[in-house]
Design a protein around this ligand. Structure first.
Ligand SMILES: NC(=O)c1ccc[n+]([C@@H]2O[C@H](COP(=O)([O-])OP(=O)(O)OC[C@H]3O[C@@H](n4cnc5c(N)ncnc54)[C@H](OP(=O)(O)O)[C@@H]3O)[C@@H](O)[C@H]2O)c1
Length: 304
């Protein structure tokens, strides 16, 4: 087994929710880096429920961006629509030497975050693990099937992999990141809107009529993904549905839980991104446009 790097980095985790709680907890428990959490509510310790057992770790947390200094790594773990509200953290944490890893769903992470990052390097991360915030100071980590986090196979991706050495989070380098990001988006493009609109968990996707709708939504999204350079296979839609059916019908989606709680949903980063890319390429996406109109209408009536 290769030796673990002894390079100590300063790491700021912005947003200590389901995903941020897991990365902050894993990094803090490993003790290899100086980790701070950038939060809205103060916290001193975090309990991490993980496959190897539950651990409680002390965690330095700040509630005021002005208290922070520039760091080697900023891990942005808010929901996509909370990016701008979290930008004061980025403004204080970023220098040109900083790497900002964006642990958010969707495909437009760099365009979304770079304007707030003061010349820092912004890199997208595909998240495959399941995080669940159980309380403000307690989070549950369920591992992905093959990897927990996927990054591009480049210098930044390799540095990110080194950052997580000694933690249970398995980081994989992907040599066709665009395709991998679209593959993840395809899953979100059907499961998220349909569970949120029907207010039903993933079992709803097993209905024959809903499967037909999913295929139509997927066919449009696949055409858009290909136009964006994703190498999506001829049976990509079948594969996406098969992947979905490996998940328990009892599972919800983040969008479903947000709608249930009357919160804003990540509409623009998912269905919105597909429709925006379709417009750039002149591709008709009537099914995705219909979902988008309904989701936007719900968001307009939801809390912030
Ligand atoms: N959960 C999963 O299993 C999963 C899996 C794959 C991908 N993802 C993606 O990962 C991203 C994060 O999702 P999540 O599930 O972790 O969301 P989440 O549980 O809602 O966590 C977001 C966190 O960001 C915090 N936040 C928002 N604005 C902030 C600000 N201005 N300053 C500091 N903190 C701020 C929130 O704080 P408050 O607590 O104060 O509201 C919350 O703790 C999303 O793009 C999601 O789609 C999630």
């Amino acid at each position: 087994m290769p030796a673990i790097s002894n390079l100590r980095s300063s790491v700021a985790v912005i947003g200590l929710g389901s995903i941020g709680g897991v990365v902050a907890g894993c990094l803090a428990a490993a003790g290899r880096h100086d980790v701070i959490a950038c939060v809205r509510q103060p916290i001193e310790r975090l309990t991490l429920e993980q496959p190897a057992g539950t651990v409680e770790v002390p965690l330095a947390a700040l509630t005021d961006p002005a208290q922070t200094k520039t760091v080697d790594w900023a891990l942005l773990c808010t929901k996509t629509h909370q990016t701008e509200a979290a930008s004061p953290w980025l403004e204080h944490l970023c220098a040109p030497s900083t790497r900002v890893a964006v642990l958010q769903n969707g495909i437009d992470q760099v365009a979304r975050v770079a304007p707030f990052a003061d010349g820092a390097t912004v890199m997208p991360v595909i998240v495959y693990y399941n995080g669940e915030r159980l309380a403000q100071n307690r989070v549950r980590f369920r591992q992905g099937a093959h990897a927990d986090l996927v990054v591009a196979d480049d210098d930044n991706g390799r540095a990110f992999t080194t950052l997580f050495e000694g933690t249970p989070l398995r980081v994989q380098l992907g040599n066709d990141f665009v395709t991998l990001a679209w593959r993840k988006l395809l899953i979100n493009a059907i499961a998220s809107p349909i569970t949120a609109l029907t207010l039903q968990r993933q079992a709803v996707l097993r209905r024959t009529d809903v499967q037909a709708l999913c295929r139509a939504v997927l066919d449009e999204a696949i055409a858009v993904g290909r136009a964006e350079g994703a190498q999506l296979a001829t049976d990509e839609g079948v594969r996406a549905m098969a992947t979905l059916f490996t998940f328990s019908g009892e599972l919800g989606t983040s969008m479903y839980f947000d709608r249930l709680a009357g919160r804003q949903m990540e509409v623009e980063a998912l269905t919105g991104a597909i429709v925006a890319a379709a417009e750039r390429h002149g591709i008709a996406t009537p099914y995705n446009c219909a979902l988008l109109a309904l989701l936007r209408a719900i968001n307009d009536g939801a809390g912030k």
